[in-house]
Write a protein of this length. Structure first.
Length: 525
């Protein structure tokens, strides 16, 4: 009777002890889980990467050592998007700068990445975007207002050398870096656009003085989150109060821009993430792997091509000679090594009767490596819906007309990218006009900015990547023009014409008398 009772009491005591231990370990477990998911806060971007065994170096880091499938497969934690992070991809400026550095190394030094980037920029920008300011109402006063706004836009584009060259630079850097950063500054009689490097947009070392001034000016009762150099409401990265830029990484040379003086276009991230992500992030490993494979194929083929012939004879020694005379060493009783000699531009290898096995590059497997290389590059092109010949250089399986027709995947991808840049540039131009308004350029109208904003419309168009039937487009444009749906300026931009320049040319022809074509006919008659 006592023995079962005693064992039951013992089990009860052991169970209580286990429960007590578990209860004591649970807070520690919760702390470890919370610490593991907590993002690290790094105040500044890293410069040169310092290896554990030596001084700082600026060489590109192998992608395989930095981003792995394990990091992609990390659990989705509730803090992954906290404070503007994009976990598990990046949770600090240093992690983001490393991904950006990998993308820049590829974009500058890998032929595949250079070709991809060039194709994207050329198709998105092509001959450049066209910019126009139109009036939303018909009246003499609104026309004067529109003309002044057009002059302001033209001055801004000209002073900043914006069209084509700057457009290509902005589009290229945004694809590589994952974001486009432009700071606007009022200059003497104009507006200056400054291209901001992503590494310059960084968390201030001591944000307290700037934060106190900003909170007083904006009458804020809460503190600010300065991670990634963007001042936001804590816990809400979409409520932005300004951007902190440290020029060239110099702590003494910094500027703070309100949202009305700054353009920030992010790529590949949702809106509640503070910074953008490079286009090359998901395909960097594949690009690097394809380049390594191609390099080894070239090295192997070069070695194979340098071998003129291989002699397999039965004799171990040439007549009257010795192993030492061929190889400079060894003994007569030992198996002779291979002997090589120069024969024109190749090498002659004497195996002395021993069998050998040629490497893969010298056998039937060589063609398989080419197929693997093409498959890797095609898989890379999927990232941008890019046709095969643009990524692999092999146009045998492509029809140029079909891949660039309206509705094709690559065409739609380029058109979607153009619309994102058009929306960003339109936002930028409105902020530029607001600065001109504050400089007094629209004081003659006597209208407040809000009313001016409602009376004007900014129209920006890109060059369509689709194969164009210009005759058909002209008929459609003429029909729209006659119906009053399309303006002359929009119609001119559709055909890559500058309406103002064409009107000036027409006026010059009228002043000079007979147009050149007619004067030529008169001379012939």
């Amino acid at each position: 009777m006592n023995e079962p009772e005693t064992s039951w009491v013992t089990r009860q005591r052991e169970l209580r002890a286990e429960i007590e231990v578990r209860s004591r370990l649970q807070p520690l477990r919760d702390h470890l889980v919370e610490a593991a998911s907590r993002p690290q806060q790094v105040r500044e971007s890293i410069g040169d990467i310092r290896l554990a065994h030596g001084p700082a170096v600026s060489r590109p880091i192998d992608f395989y050592e930095t981003v792995s499938l394990e990091s992609w497969g990390a659990p989705d934690a509730a803090t992954n998007r906290k404070d503007g992070h994009y976990g598990p991809v990046f949770r600090s400026e240093s992690e983001l700068s490393l991904l950006r550095g990998i993308a820049r190394a590829l974009a500058d030094g890998d032929e595949t990445a250079v070709g991809v980037l060039g194709n994207l920029v050329h198709y998105v920008v092509h001959t450049g975007f066209t910019y126009a300011v139109n009036a939303t109402e018909k009246s003499a006063s609104v026309d004067l207002l529109r003309d002044e706004a057009r002059r302001c836009v033209e001055e801004f584009l000209t002073q900043n050398q914006w069209e084509l060259s700057f457009e290509e630079e902005l589009v290229k850097d945004s694809i590589v870096d994952g974001e486009l950063l432009i700071a606007l500054e009022a200059a003497a009689g104009g507006v200056r656009a400054r291209h901001v490097e992503p590494a310059w947009l960084t968390q201030p070392l001591d944000p307290q003085p700037l934060e106190e001034s900003l909170r007083q000016r904006l009458r804020l009762r809460h503190e600010l989150d300065w991670r990634y150099g963007i001042a936001t409401r804590p816990g809400d990265a979409t409520e932005i109060y300004g951007y902190y830029v440290r020029w060239n990484g110099d702590a003494e040379q910094w500027s703070f821009y309100p949202p009305s003086r700054f353009l920030h276009l992010k790529r590949n991230v949702p809106r509640h993430v503070k910074r953008g992500l490079t286009d090359f992030y998901p395909v960097s490993a594949r690009i690097a792997g394809a380049t390594e494979l191609l390099s080894r194929m070239g090295t192997g083929a070069g070695i194979q091509a340098s071998i003129a012939l291989i002699i397999k004879n039965g004799s171990h020694l040439p007549s009257g000679g010795s192993i030492e005379s061929l190889t400079g060493g060894g003994s007569a009783g030992a198996d002779p090594p291979f002997a090589t000699s120069s024969w024109r531009n190749g090498e002659v290898i004497d195996t002395f009767g021993r069998e050998f096995q040629a490497g893969p590059m010298g056998g039937q497997q060589a063609a398989n490596f080419v197929q693997v290389l093409q498959a890797m590059r095609r898989a890379t092109g999927v990232r941008w819906s890019m046709p095969e010949h643009m990524i692999s250089g092999d146009a045998s399986n492509n029809n140029y007309a079909s891949i660039l027709e309206a509705g094709a995947p690559f065409t739609r991808a380029i058109e979607a990218a153009q619309q994102k840049y058009i929306a960003a540039f339109e936002t930028l131009l409105w902020r530029v006009l607001r600065i001109y308004f504050e400089q007094g350029r629209f004081h003659r109208s006597g209208l407040p900015w809000r009313q001016i904003r409602s009376l004007l419309a900014i129209a920006i168009e890109g060059t369509s990547p689709a194969v164009r039937d210009k005759e058909k487009e002209l008929r459609v444009a003429q029909a729209l023009r006659e119906a009053g749906v399309m303006s002359r300026r929009t119609m001119a931009s559709r055909f890559d014409l500058d309406l103002d320049e064409e009107l000036r040319n027409e006026a010059n022809e009228k002043e000079s008398g007979t147009p050149k074509a007619e004067s030529g006919e008169a001379r012939q008659s």
